[in-house]
Design a protein around this ligand. Structure first.
Ligand SMILES: [Zn+2]
Length: 140
């Protein structure tokens, strides 16, 4: 799986976004160290609070399937699915990524067809709170 192939999976996932309220479509593709790809899209809700992001959809799909070791994430988004630049993960998704991924975890911010900016989780979430701060973390 190349970085461009992972980006293509995120772009494809964006098409499934359920966004009747904002029109902003977001897609994510999460590559696991085992080589599987879990995609996600954003799913809005009429009462707004239950809305979930593409990134968390992908992470939760993977974790629910027993995968916790992630290699890379690609993310894209834009109004009506038109990518006009990077669409970085929101703060909540950055926090969810920090639960499972190290600071050097690569995130590909898709900026256009065949183009992306590669950043790390530490760049997206500097001095982030993670599992290492929990003294008595339950190991499950
Ligand atoms: Zn988010």
């Amino acid at each position: 799986m190349t970085e461009l192939e992972l980006c293509a999976a995120a772009i494809s996932a964006m098409k499934n976004a359920y966004v009747p309220y904002s029109g902003y479509r977001v897609g994510a593709a999460l590559l696991t160290k085992s080589g599987r790809v879990y995609t996600g899209c954003n799913i809005e809700n009429a009462s707004f609070t239950p809305t979930v992001c593409a990134e968390r959809t992908a992470v939760f799909k993977a974790v629910s399937e027993g995968e916790r070791d992630f290699a890379m994430l690609a993310v894209c988004g834009g109004k009506n699915g038109v990518i006009t630049g990077a669409f970085p993960p929101c703060g909540v998704c950055r926090q969810v990524l920090a639960e499972f991924c190290p600071p050097d975890f690569p995130v590909l911010l898709i900026t256009g067809e065949g183009a992306y900016r590669r950043v790390t989780l530490a760049e997206l979430l500097p001095f982030g709170f993670g599992p290492s701060y929990m003294e008595e973390k339950v190991t499950d």
